[in-house]
Design a protein around this ligand. Structure first.
Ligand code: SF4
Length: 689
């Protein structure tokens, strides 16, 4: 057995530390890293079975042009030439990158630099747009910077944990175990707000099966109740928070408990119990996830939660915080380097002074001056022929974006598509003109940031197979071939890390909490040995100062939109999400026989009474249709579903099965602030097959 290497899990934003001991050329024993602050040695089923996924099944081993193997030189020359020709002919906004929360921070940094500083467009967006961009927009509105003001240790110190729109037991299992440990140790109360009764609700003190899409009303109702009882924090509000003129008038009108209960379709007694529990428990963490973010009103839902914490002073102290928990292993690192079309770099937006500052730092020949196309708009622009060259890195939009059938059509019509990935055959790769073999987890070297701002190293313990190369190397090779040799002359990930660290501090002057200046001159050996560390401190707003010009946080007036009544032809509401033991489009977890045992096929979960009305029995096949498309699933009757709601998993692809294609079904509608698609409530019809 080789020496164990300390690295970080390939999957979710909990960011668990792993000890990986190679036992053969493509074999490894996996254990939890007891010294890592995120997990202290614990791993969930996905992390535990990572060793089953490091074989070469399905790996892309060589550059491919069409279906022919090509040399790296030939493939890279072609990518650089086609991007340069497209930019020359149609301008910088005619090209785009669509990247991934699976990339390491160093990969993300160079892709962002190439697009925003050298190509001169901000058309680089990421699959993290689908996951947490509403939280980013909400944080920016409230705090003046995209800061998650919580850490996992706050869960140990809270007396009340509220989980909103999060099946934490399945999607962030180690966080859930931590909450359960706190409950056992100190009697922490647990409230789950979720339309579905999931495993997370087992043993909760209270489950509120809220009507989908009414979280703003619920949070506004709670704030109105606290205000009416004089339980807001007047001193904190006066010293540290600014509110628009209409804020309190809006909260005080129409948010009484009875109206809230009716809007949210909840028993008034349950609501009263929740409100009283909140009022009695200053140490409250509200943890929220995709049920909040993946909505066409996601940013308002985020701000409704942040309003509540700001107005009651439940922020900046141990055990009291709003806590956005991210899905992917490095969605947070992508945010930090600016790898979203709507942000520039190092938590800066596109204000002219920021464009000038980043341009100076990069000595950029062509700075992007405005935000680029966000994911759904980007693929619409490809379909309409406005974007003519696309590079997809480490993600599978032909499966994962809403209205995936249109995405597939757009990819098929795009004049030039590049894919860099670890997998040979993906639904997206089927449309790629060039496929570039990327190094995978266990082969890659760099950093990731987890949900509580802890930066950890991903370290290699195997050589990349075939001709696979790290993503940062692939991007910089293309950049050099486009004429920018000096600006992309990195020899190793540590070179990129130091530059990123310098940029976070460059003329920052304390304006942004993201400041990694202590790493700006870190040596290669120190980078290799880097221990997990958190930027921004345990409680970033402990001194009551926020990242706004006047250092005050902002309450945001958020209004509950009307909830759509069931439509005649589409009487059901489709909700989508993850299974406990699968990840994204199953390119890695699908390799593990043990993980497949949890759910062997994609199911549509439906309330027994709805199923009976439709003539559907448990185990029957059912066709789920929406205006966007249809797909067949096996029915699973589940009393934890609300009447009228159905749930399907996101993981299955054309490569795996002919049915269960959830991505074909959701509407391509997005939140107006964040651009995040609303995956959680699509009008749908169900028919027995
Ligand atoms: Fe990996 Fe997330 Fe499981 Fe931790 S909780 S082992 S990071 S999948």
């Amino acid at each position: 057995m080789g020496n164990a290497v300390r690295t970080t899990c390939a999957y979710c934003g909990v960011g668990c530390g792993i000890s990986a001991a190679p036992t053969g050329p493509r074999a490894v024993t996996i254990k939890g890293d007891e010294a890592h602050p995120a997990n202290a040695g614990r791993l969930c089923s996905k992390g535990t079975h990572l060793g089953e996924t490091v074989g070469l099944t399905g790996r892309l081993l060589h550059p491919m042009i069409g279906n022919r193997r090509a040399s790296w030189d030939k493939a890279l020359d072609l990518v650089a030439r086609r991007f340069a020709e497209t930019i020359e002919r149609y301008g910088p906004d005619s090209v785009a990158f669509y990247v991934s929360g699976q990339l390491l921070t160093e990969d993300y940094y160079v892709a962002n630099k190439l697009m925003k500083g050298f190509i001169g467009s901000a058309n680089i967006d990421t699959n993290s747009r689908l996951c947490m961009s509403s939280a980013v927009a909400g944080h920016n509105r409230a705090f003046g910077e995209d800061i998650v003001p919580a850490t996992y240790a706050d869960l140990d110190e809270a007396d009340l944990v509220i989980l909103v729109g999060s099946n934490t037991a399945w999607c962030h299992p180690i966080v859930y175990q931590r909450i359960q440990a706190a409950r056992a140790a100190r009697g922490t109360k647990l409230v789950v707000i979720d339309p579905r009764r999931t495993e997370t609700c087992e043993g909760a003190d209270l489950h509120l099966p809220v009507r989908p899409g009414t979280d703003v009303a619920l949070m506004n109702g709670l704030l109105a109740w606290m205000d009416a009882k004089g339980l807001t924090d007047a001193a904190y509000l006066a010293d540290h928070v600014a509110a628009p003129d209409d804020f309190w008038g809006h909260i005080r009108a129409g948010h009484d408990l009875w109206t809230t209960a009716k809007t949210c379709d909840l028993p008034p007694a349950s609501l009263q119990q929740f409100f009283e529990l909140f009022a009695a428990t200053p140490r409250t963490v509200t943890l929220f996830s995709q049920g909040i973010n993946q909505s066409i009103r996601g940013t308002d839902q985020v701000n409704a939660i942040l309003n509540l914490h700001l107005a009651t002073g439940r922020i900046g102290k141990p055990g009291a915080a709003p806590f956005s928990i991210t899905g992917q292993p490095n969605a947070m690192g992508g945010r930090e380097v600016g790898g979203l079309a709507s942000t520039l770099a190092a938590h800066m937006d596109f204000a002219p002074e920021n464009v000038a500052r980043v341009g100076r730092f990069w000595a950029a020949p062509a700075m992007a001056t405005k935000p680029g196309l966000k994911a759904v708009d980007l693929f619409r622009a490809i379909g309409e022929g406005r974007v003519k060259a696309l590079w997809v890195m480490a993600t599978n939009p032909a499966v994962s974006l809403p209205d995936a059938g249109r995405v597939r059509d757009a990819l098929a019509a795009c004049p030039f598509v590049v894919m860099s990935d670890v997998i040979t055959d993906t639904d997206t790769g089927a449309h790629a003109h060039v496929r570039l073999p990327a190094a995978a987890w266990g082969e890659k070297d760099g950093t990731v940031t987890n949900s509580d701002r802890t930066i950890s190293r991903q370290r290699p313990f195997m050589a990349p197979p075939g001709e696979a190369k790290p993503d940062w190397w692939i991007v910089t090779q293309v950049a050099r071939r486009m004429g920018w040799q000096g600006a992309f002359a990195y020899d190793r990930p540590a070179d990129i890390w130091r530059e990123h660290a310098r940029l976070t501090a460059y003329q920052n002057d304390g304006k942004r909490l993201l400041d990694l200046r202590s790493h700006a001159t870190i040596g290669n050996n120190a980078y290799d040995a880097m221990e997990p560390f958190r930027w921004g401190g345990a409680h970033p707003f402990a001194d009551g100062g926020f990242s706004t010009p006047d250092r005050k946080a902002r309450l945001v007036t958020v209004r509950q939109m009307d909830v759509q009544a069931p439509l005649r032809d589409w009487p059901m509401t489709l909700n989508t999400g993850r299974y406990r033991d699968q990840w994204h489009t199953m390119t890695r977890t699908g390799l593990s026989p043990k993980l497949a045992r949890h759910r062997e096929e994609p199911l549509v979960e439906i309330h027994p009474a709805d199923a009976q009305a439709l003539g559907i029995a448990d185990g029957d096949l059912a066709r789920i249709s929406t205006p966007q498309g249809d797909s067949i699933f096996r029915a699973a009757l589940n009393e934890g579903q609300r009447r009228g709601d159905i749930f399907t998993p996101i993981h299955w692809t054309d490569q795996i099965s002919s049915g269960g294609r959830t991505g074909l079904l959701p509407r391509p509608l997005t939140d107006p602030h964040s651009g995040q698609p609303g995956f959680k409530s699509t009008p749908a019809a169900v028919q027995k097959v």
